[in-house]
Design a protein around this ligand. Structure first.
Ligand code: ZN
Length: 464
């Protein structure tokens, strides 16, 4: 009974949505070739503004920058690459990684995986949760050329209140999650993170709203952007609409809209069960009721309203749909670990499957509806797997997001959100020469991004 109670109280799906990707990746042996001037000849260029390819032109790269675009007859001392029939895409961002995980696997997997991101065209990441010392060191090693890897924009630890949901992760990665229980915690921690190179913070789960408001103010003073994961699938203390009203503009995981867009009767019951004093059994029972209803629990009008609010605020949703692919398996493993058993009783198994199915169904519905309403979404895998960024893009495509929007969600949107669009996010004269050259058109099928011919990072060709 004790075990079952524990099972009922622990929000099963929480664990599922926090799961990180595995770390399998193609091995690569590339070393950067040193060429300060490169002429890419006769290549179609993705225009982030129109969402279309420009007719073939030439791109001259000089000293790490895009020096010229047009019809360039000759360029002295440049390495020429004939790109006839090929396409140039800005170097991709993965907007939701946890690269600190790579330091726990040992051997040379850190080097291999980081390089794998680059060879897969991912030249920048938003890393949204890991020990600050590990992330700042990794970022410095990449920036200094000691490691080949994506440029890192990072948060440092997850910030939570009360009992740390991620406490266990601190055993392997001390500082993975940190408690902020008071204004004083916020006042001392945020400036310290900024000093260690964080350009944003990651807020998670049960944070008191007053404290959250204070955190937003301090973050703004420290020039830290906020990436908000509202936490459990339902019963969020700072639901995404509240966070948007407070000025947060990046919402993580596609489960986030659920509590905000419940139909009236469910929403009323749900909102009474938010906070530290709510009865866990009543919450569990409502969660089961909502999961049984699946997409029928959702008010499409409320969802459209939420989409309108996001657009008004210039906010982004980073769905991390990729984690849905093995939701059942992950949930079952988590519950086995929580219960300390090898097999799960059939009724519990059925309940898990019912909840994961509902989660998958509403997630896909949210992405489809947001795509129809042109709500901006970011591409993020929620892991540390160089191949998973493209998997996320394919899943977004399967769920109605256009290829042009997916490319924007991995290029200009994150560059704008981070305030680095003067340097990154599109192919334009003066910008950093980070680009990916592919043989097949990604606007016909986003999966064509696997046809990489050349990756140019900081103006240099990486591998071939
Ligand atoms: Zn994550």
């Amino acid at each position: 009974m004790k075990q079952i109670q524990r099972l009922l109280i622990i929000p099963l799906l929480l664990a599922v949505f926090l799961a990180v990707g595995d770390t399998n990746a193609a091995q690569s042996k590339q070393t950067p070739k040193m060429a300060d001037r490169i002429l890419l000849i006769n290549i179609q260029i993705f225009n982030v503004n129109t969402g279309a390819m420009k007719p073939p032109q030439d791109i001259l790269i000089d000293k790490g920058r895009i020096a010229e675009i047009g019809h360039i007859n000759s360029a002295k001392n440049a390495e020429s690459i004939d790109c006839t029939g090929m396409y140039a895409i800005p170097g991709l961002f993965d907007c939701h990684t946890h690269l600190a995980e790579l330091t726990t696997t040992g051997g040379d997997s850190l080097q291999i995986q980081l390089r794998g991101f680059v060879t897969h065209g991912v030249l920048q990441v938003r890393d949204v949760g890991g020990p600050i010392d590990i992330l700042s060191k990794m970022s410095r090693r990449i920036a200094g050329g000691e490691l080949i890897g994506p440029e890192m924009f990072y948060t440092g630890p997850m910030l939570e209140s009360g009992k740390l949901t991620w406490g266990d992760r601190n055993k392997e990665l001390p500082g993975f999650t940190v408690a902020i229980d008071s204004a004083r915690d916020v006042d001392s921690l945020l400036p310290a993170l900024a000093r260690q190179g964080a350009c944003m913070i990651k807020t998670f789960n049960n944070i008191d709203r007053q404290l959250y408001r204070h955190l937003v103010e301090v973050a703004q003073r420290c020039s830290l952007k906020i990436v908000h994961d509202p936490g459990e699938p339902l019963f969020n203390w700072v639901p995404m609409d509240v966070a948007l009203d407070m000025g947060v503009t990046s919402i993580e995981h596609v489960k986030a809209p659920w509590p905000v867009v419940l139909k009236d009767s469910l929403r009323e019951k749900h909102d009474k069960l938010i906070g530290p004093d709510a009865n866990p059994m009543a919450r569990m029972s409502l969660m089961v009721e909502i999961a049984r209803l699946g997409i029928e629990s959702v008010s499409l009008e409320r969802l459209r309203e939420l989409g309108r609010k996001m657009k008004e605020k210039g906010a982004y949703l980073c769905p991390t749909l990729n984690v849905l692919s093995n939701l059942d398996d992950v949930a079952i493993e988590q519950v086995k670990a929580q219960m300390g058993v090898d097999t799960i009783p059939p009724p519990v198994l059925e309940m898990i499957r019912m909840q994961t199915k509902a989660m998958g169904d509403v997630s896909r519905l949210f992405v489809r509806e947001f795509a129809k309403d042109s709500v901006a979404m970011l591409v993020g895998q929620d892991g540390a797997d160089p191949t998973a960024t493209l998997s996320e893009m394919k899943t977004l495509q399967e769920n109605g997001v256009t290829q042009a929007e997916i490319l924007r969600g991995a290029t200009i949107y994150p560059a704008k959100w981070l305030g680095v669009d003067g340097r990154l996010g599109s192919i334009a004269v003066g910008k950093q020469a980070n680009l990916v050259i592919v043989r097949k058109d990604p606007l016909a099928d986003i999966g064509n991004l696997d046809s990489i011919s050349v990756v140019v990072q900081n103006g240099r060709v990486v591998g071939d």
